[in-house]
Design a protein around this ligand. Structure first.
Ligand code: MGD
Ligand code: MGD
Ligand code: MO
Length: 742
C-alpha cells in the first residue's frame, strides 16, 4: 500500500489542465454561446431562459414572475452556467424509438452519466421485465394499468416513495397525499442525502428548519461565513451577493479544506468591472481537515468567550442553557481543538477577531457541514456561534443553509417527509375528513436497507436518481434489484434507469417545469414562493407530473377514498388544498390570479423569539469527534465538479480545479510524495466498502494534506452507509480510503 514506488500506469508528471485563476468570467460567457449553438441559437435559449418560470437548478431562487434571470430583489441579469445547462438539457431532441431496440440494458449499464444525459429527452413510457435484454416502449394506458394493478396487489407498507427536489409543490403534495391515503408513510425526499442535518439541527436550536434570513439581509451583512460549500460552481448567483459585500468593504470568511478558485477570485459576468478585473471574495480562508468543523466552531466560540466578545445580554435573555454551554466550551482544551480541527491557533484567533468586530453576520453552509456522521452537531455548533453574539433573530444577520435542488425546500414544506408535521396531519384529517396512516415511515437510506432485506416490494420515484445518489452503489443496485417493481417519472435517462432495476421497471416521461400546461409553484431557500407559468411542450409524449400522479391515484384509490382524484389534475385545486393545510402557505390559493409571489409567514426570524417549545434559542453541547485517518489512510470528500448537476454530468472537465477528466483522485503534492506516488499514475482507491481501479493521481495543492477529493456519483462505490444518527444523512464527505498501486 502507498509506500511502494509506482509499478505501473504512466508515472510521467503532466499538468492536468490549465488551472483557472478566477471563477466565472469569460469561460462562463463562452460556454453560454456554445450551449446556445447546441440548442438552436442564442435567441432561442435566451427566450427559454426569460420565460416566467422558476430556475431549474439550485434553490437560491431565480425567475418566476419577475421573469427568468431575475433574483428575489430584482437583480438582473443573473445568468449562470447551470441554468443554461439545465435548460439546454430539456431542449434536447427526443430519444428515438430505435434507441430502445439498439441499446441493451447491458450497454446502458456501461454508459457514463454523461452519455445517458446526452441520449435526449424521454418521450415514451418504456418497460423492462426481468430477463429481458432491452427496455421496450409501451403505450401510456398499458403503463398506467400495470402500475395500478401492482399497487393494488401490494400491502402499502411494502412500498416506498422517493421525491427529488426538482418537481413542483403541486406534484409533491399530490403524490405524498396519494401515498398516505394508499396507506404508507414511507415517503421521503432527496433532502435525506442533502440538508436533512440542517433541518434537524436548526429545529433543535431555533425551532425552525429553514433560513432565518431573506436575500436582502445577506446583502446588508458585513461578514458572511461560507462553510463547507463551493458556491462558484454550485450556487453561482450567491457569488454576486458575495461580491457586493466585498465591494462595500465587508468580509467573507471561507472555511473549507479545499481552496476553491472561485471563492478566492470571481468574475461576475453581469458586472463589467468584476468581469474584467475579477472580484476578490475571501478575506480570510481557513482550511480545516475534513470533518474538523465541529472542533473549529467550538474553538471560535471558546476564543470569543476568552475575548469577552459575546453578547451576554442576548444569551441570558433569549437562550436556554447558556451558562452550562459556556462552562462546557471553557472545559474543552485548546490542544483538543487544534488536534481535532486541524486548524492553528492563529487561524482560530483571526476568525474570532473578525467575528467579534462585525456588526451583521450571516452564517451560510452546505454539504461540507451536513455530509458527516456529526452533521446535526455541526449545524448546532454554527447556531451556537450565532447565538453567542446575537446574530440570529434580527434583520441583516442570521442562519442560511444554502439549499440544493430548486424546489427541495418546497417539497419538504408540502409534506414530503415520513412524518407529517402535526398541524398538516390534523388539518388534512379535519378539513378533508381523511384518515391517515400513523405508522413510522422510513427515511431514504432506511428504504434502501428495507428493500435489501426484501421487506419492501415496490418503489415509486418522482424524479431524481435514487440509485446514483446513494452511498455504496453496489449495495444500492442490489437492493433495488430485489424489488418487484420500480416506477420512475423522469425527463432524461440516468444511471438509475440502468442499474436500479427491479423485476419490472417502468419509466414514465414527464414534462419539465417550463413545459407544464398549467402554472406550478416552487419555494426558494429564502422561503420565497414563486409561480412558474409553464409553457409550450417541446415534445409530444411526456405528460404533466400531476396528470400522471392523479391518474394513477384514481386507478388505485377511486373506490376507497372520497377524493375526486381526476379534479386533482388541476394544479389550482391542489393549491387550494395546500393553502388550507400547509402552514404559511395561505397566499398560494390565489397566486395564479394575483401573480403575487410571497415570503412564507413564520420563517424569517427578524426578532429573537424562537419557535422552540420555550420560545428561546437552545445551545447544544458536543463532544468533539477525533479526526479520522492518518498514515496511509486519507480522508476522502466526494464532491461535485464544475460541470455537473448531481448525478447528471454535463461536461467531463472541472475547469476550476484544473481537471480534464473525472476518474481522478486529487491529492496534495506532499501526500503524493509521502505515499511514493506520482502524478497521473493509475491506482486503486480502496475503502471499507469498495474499490475503484484505474484512478489517476492528480496533484492538487489547494487541498489540505491528509485529505483527498473525488467526484460524486462515480465515487459512491467507495462511500459506506454510515449515517448521522439524528438526521440519517450519509457521511458522503467522511470516507476513509487507502491507495493501492497493485
Ligand atoms: N452546478 C451545480 N449546482 C448545484 C448542484 C450540482 O451538482 N451542480 N447540486 C445542488 C445540490 S442538490 C446541492 S446539495 C448543492 C451542493 O453544493 P455544495 O455543498 O457546494 O457541493 P459539494 O460539491 O458537495 O461541495 C462541498 C464543498 O464542501 C467542501 N468540504 C468537503 N468536506 C468538508 C468538510 O469536512 N468541512 C468543510 N468545511 N468543507 C468541506 C468541499 O471542499 C466543497 O467545496 O448544490 C446545488 N447546486
Ligand atoms: N457521494 C455523494 N453522494 C451524494 C452527494 C454527494 O455530495 N456525494 N450529494 C447528495 C445530494 S446533496 C443529493 S440532493 C442527491 C441527489 O439526488 P437526486 O435528486 O435523486 O438526483 P439528481 O441527480 O438531481 O436527479 C437527476 C434526474 O432527475 C430527473 N429530472 C430532472 N428534471 C426533472 C423534472 O422536472 N421532473 C422529474 N420528474 N424528473 C426530473 C432527470 O431524469 C435526472 O436524470 O445525491 C446525494 N448523493
Ligand atoms: Mo442536495
Amino acid at each position: 500500500m502507498g509506500q511502494h514506488k509506482c509499478d505501473g500506469g504512466s508515472p510521467k508528471a503532466k499538468p492536468a489542465m490549465k488551472k483557472m485563476k478566477s471563477g466565472g468570467g469569460w469561460p462562463a460567457i463562452r460556454y453560454t454561446f456554445r450551449k446556445a449553438r447546441d440548442v438552436g441559437g442564442v435567441w432561442k435559449l435566451y427566450k427559454a431562459l426569460r420565460t416566467k418560470n422558476a430556475c431549474k437548478t439550485c434553490a437560491l431562487g431565480m425567475g418566476g414572475q419577475r421573469g427568468g434571470m431575475v433574483n428575489e430583489i430584482g437583480g438582473f441579469p443573473e445568468v449562470c452556467k447551470k441554468s443554461l445547462q439545465a435548460m439546454a438539457a430539456d431542449m434536447q431532441g427526443a430519444i428515438k424509438q430505435e434507441f430502445w431496440s439498439t441499446y441493451s440494458i447491458a450497454q446502458l449499464k456501461a454508459f457514463s452519466p454523461y452519455d445517458l444525459e446526452h441520449c435526449g429527452r424521454l418521450t415514451q413510457p418504456v418497460l423492462y421485465e426481468r430477463g429481458a435484454e432491452y427496455y421496450r416502449p409501451i403505450d401510456w394506458d398499458e403503463a398506467i394499468a400495470r402500475i395500478t394493478k401492482r399497487l393494488k396487489s401490494l400491502p402499502p407498507d411494502e412500498t416506498f416513495w422517493y421525491f427529488s427536489g426538482r418537481s413542483s409543490n403541486e406534484a409533491g403534495f399530490l403524490l405524498q397525499l396519494f401515498a398516505r391515503l394508499y396507506g404508507t408513510n414511507n415517503v421521503n425526499n432527496c433532502s435525506y442525502y442533502c440538508h436533512q442535518a440542517s433541518g434537524v439541527g436548526l429545529t433543535s436550536s431555533i425551532g425552525s428548519g429553514t433560513a432565518t434570513v431573506v436575500l436582502e439581509d445577506v446583502e446588508h451583512a458585513d461578514l458572511v461565513f461560507v462553510i463547507g460549500g463551493n458556491p462558484p460552481s454550485n450556487h453561482p448567483r450567491l457569488m454576486t451577493t458575495l461580491t457586493h459585500i466585498r465591494q462595500r468593504g465587508g468580509e467573507v470568511i471561507v472555511i473549507n479544506p479545499v481552496i476553491e478558485t472561485g471563492l478566492v477570485n470571481f468574475r461576475v459576468p453581469s458586472n463589467v468591472r468584476s468581469l474584467l478585473f475579477g472580484t476578490k471574495i475571501a478575506t480570510l480562508y481557513v482550511q480545516p481537515d475534513i470533518g474538523g468543523d465541529l472542533a473549529l466552531l467550538t474553538g471560535i466560540a471558546k476564543r470569543i468567550d476568552e475575548m469577552g466578545a459575546q453578547d451576554s445580554g442576548f444569551l441570558q435573555e433569549y437562550c436556554d442553557d447558556s451558562e452550562a454551554w459556556l462552562a462546557h466550551i471553557r472545559s474543552v482544551s485548546w490542544s483538543e481543538i487544534y488536534a481535532k480541527s486541524g486548524v492553528s491557533q492563529s487561524d482560530i484567533d483571526a476568525i474570532a477577531e473578525r467575528y467579534a468586530a462585525a456588526k451583521n453576520v450571516v452564517f451560510s453552509w452546505t454539504m461540507g457541514i451536513t455530509h458527516h456522521v456529526h452533521g446535526v452537531q455541526n449545524v448546532q455548533a454554527i447556531a451556537n456561534l450565532a447565538f453567542m453574539r446575537g446574530m440570529v433573530g434580527r434583520p441583516n444577520a442570521g442562519l442560511l443553509p444554502i439549499r440544493g435542488h430548486s424546489n427541495v425546500q418546497g417539497i419538504g414544506s408540502v409534506g414530503v417527509t415520513p412524518k407529517l408535521k402535526d398541524t398538516i396531519f390534523e388539518r388534512l384529517e379535519s378539513e378533508y375528513g381523511l384518515t391517515l396512516p400513523t405508522t413510522e415511515g422510513l427515511d431514504t437510506l432506511g428504504c434502501m436497507e428495507a428493500a435489501f432485506e426484501k421487506k419492501l416490494k415496490a418503489g415509486f420515484c418522482l424524479g431524481g436518481n435514487l440509485f446514483g445518489s446513494n452511498p455504496d452503489s453496489v449495495y444500492a443496485a442490489e437492493s433495488l434489484s430485489r424489488l418487484e417493481s420500480m416506477v420512475y417519472l423522469s425527463t432524461t435517462l440516468n444511471t438509475g434507469h440502468a442499474h436500479g432495476l427491479a423485476d419490472e421497471a417502468i419509466i414514465l416521461p414527464v414534462l419539465a417545469r417550463d413545459e407544464e400546461p398549467q402554472p406550478t409553484t416552487q419555494e426558494s431557500m429564502f422561503n420565497y414562493v414563486r409561480l412558474s407559468d409553464g409553457g409550450p411542450r417541446r415534445h409530444d409524449g411526456p405528460r404533466s407530473e400531476v396528470e400522471v400522479i392523479a391518474q394513477i391515484a384514481e386507478g388505485v384509490l377511486a373506490d376507497t377514498t372520497a377524493i375526486d382524484w381526476r379534479s386533482m389534475q388541476n394544479t389550482g385545486r391542489i393549491r387550494d388544498a395546500i393553502a388550507k393545510v400547509i402552514p404559511g402557505y395561505d397566499e398560494i390559493a390565489k397566486i395564479d390570479k394575483t401573480k403575487t409571489e410571497f415570503q412564507l409567514g413564520g420563517r424569517t426570524l427578524h426578532k429573537p423569539t424562537f419557535p422552540t417549545p420555550s420560545g428561546r434559542g437552545v445551545l447544544h453541547r458536543h463532544d468533539l469527534p477525533s479526526l479520522r485517518g492518518g498514515g496511509d489512510q486519507l480522508r476522502l470528500m466526494t464532491v461535485r465538479s464544475e460541470g455537473q448537476f448531481n448525478t447528471v454530468v454535463y461536461e467531463n472537465e472541472d475547469i476550476y480545479r484544473g481537471q480534464d477528466r473525472r476518474d481522478v483522485i486529487l491529492l496534495h503534492p506532499d501526500d503524493i510524495a509521502r505515499l511514493g506516488l506520482s502524478e497521473d499514475q493509475k491506482v486503486t482507491v480502496c475503502s471499507e466498502t469498495g474499490e475503484m481501479p484505474g484512478i489517476r493521481v492528480r496533484a492538487f495543492e489547494e487541498i489540505k494534506p491528509g485529505n483527498t477529493l473525488m467526484y460524486y456519483p462515480e465515487s459512491n462505490v467507495l462511500v459506506p452507509r454510515h449515517v448521522d444518527g439524528q438526521s440519517k444523512t450519509p457521511a458522503f464527505k467522511g470516507v476513509l480510503v487507502t491507495i493501492s498501486t497493485k
